[in-house]
Design a protein around this ligand. Structure first.
Ligand SMILES: Cc1cc2nc3c(=O)[nH]c(=O)nc-3n(C[C@H](O)[C@H](O)[C@H](O)COP(=O)(O)O)c2cc1C
Length: 234
C-alpha cells in the first residue's frame, strides 16, 4: 500500500501520527544546535537537504502573508564571500560555511507590493481579484499608508527574523549547523551584493553547514534562563 502523505487537508490527529519527530527528539535537536563559530569548509550540505532548507524560507509565515523579503544564497562564490568577511567583524563563518544566506527586506512597502501579492493570492487560490479587495484595503491602510517608510522597513525586518528562526530550527532538525549573524555591516553588504537602488536591503544573515571539530563552542553548556523565569502561566 502506498505510504500516506501529509497534506493541508489532513486533521491534526493525522499530522501527529505522521510526525517524524517526537517531543524528546525535538528538544534534543534544539539542544544540539548552537551558534557555530567554526565551520568545516570541506563539508557541503547535500542538494536535497539544501532544497528543503530553501523551502523553510519560502514557507515562512509573515504578517498579512506579504513576504516582504528576498533571500540571497551564497554557495561557492568564494571570492565574493571573502569580500564580505571584513564587513562581518572578520567572522570566518561567512566564507567557510557550506552556504551563506543574506536576509534582505523591502526598504519600503508600496501599493505595487500589495497589488503583486493580491494577484498571487488570486492566482494560487483560483479566485477573482475582487474577492481579495478587503484584504488589499486592509494592508494598504495598515502598512502602506499607516506606516512611515522607516516603519515599513522595520516591519519588513521583523518578518525576516521569523524566516531566520524557521531556517535555523529546520536546519537543526536536519542535523545542519547554523550561525545567525547580526555582526555584519548591512550597508557594505548592500554595496557588495549590488542591492543599492533595488528596493531591498540587508538586515541579517545566517551561515549554514557543518561544525569543524575544533570549534570549542560546541562543548559549552547552553546558557538560558529557566522556564520559570521566562514563561508565565496564567
Ligand atoms: C539575531 C542574532 C544575531 C546573532 N549574531 C551573531 C554573530 O554575528 N556572530 C556570532 O558568532 N553569533 C551571533 N549570534 C549567536 C548568539 O550569540 C547565540 O545564538 C546566543 O548566544 C545563544 O547561543 P546558542 O545559539 O549557541 O544557543 C546571533 C544570534 C541571533 C539570534
Amino acid at each position: 500500500m502506498p505510504r500516506a502523505t501529509l497534506s493541508r487537508i489532513q486533521t491534526p490527529d493525522f499530522a501527529r501520527s505522521m510526525a517524524t519527530t517526537s517531543p524528546e527528539s525535538l528538544i534534543q535537536q534544539l539542544q544540539w544546535r548552537y551558534a557555530t563559530k567554526q565551520f568545516d569548509p570541506q563539508q557541503k550540505i547535500a542538494p536535497e537537504v539544501w532544497a528543503a532548507l530553501e523551502q523553510s524560507l519560502v514557507l515562512t509565515p509573515s504578517s498579512y502573508g506579504m513576504q516582504p523579503w528576498k533571500f540571497i544564497i551564497l554557495s561557492g562564490n568564494a571570492e565574493l564571500r571573502e569580500r564580505l568577511v571584513p564587513h562581518s567583524w572578520g567572522q570566518r563563518q561567512v566564507a567557510d560555511a557550506s552556504h551563506f544566506v543574506v536576509f534582505t527586506v523591502r526598504t519600503e512597502v508600496t501599493t505595487s507590493d500589495v497589488e503583486t501579492y493580491v494577484e498571487r493570492i488570486a492566482e494560487v487560490r483560483q479566485i477573482d481579484k475582487s474577492a481579495v479587495d478587503p484584504l488589499k484595503k486592509m494592508i494598504e491602510g495598515g502598512i502602506v499608508k499607516g506606516l512611515s517608510a522607516s516603519q515599513q522597513h522595520d516591519w519588513a525586518t521583523r518578518q525576516a527574523y521569523i524566516a531566520l528562526g524557521n531556517f535555523m530550527t529546520s536546519a537543526a532538525l536536519l542535523g545542519v549547523d547554523t550561525c545567525p549573524m547580526e555582526g555584519i555591516v548591512p550597508a557594505k553588504f548592500d554595496e557588495i551584493l549590488g542591492l543599492k537602488g533595488s528596493g531591498y536591503a540587508t538586515c541579517v544573515a545566517c551561515a549554514a553547514g557543518f561544525r569543524a571539530n575544533t570549534d570549542k563552542y560546541a562543548q559549552l553548556p547552553k546558557v538560558r534562563y529557566s522556564a520559570q523565569q521566562v514563561i508565565e502561566h496564567r
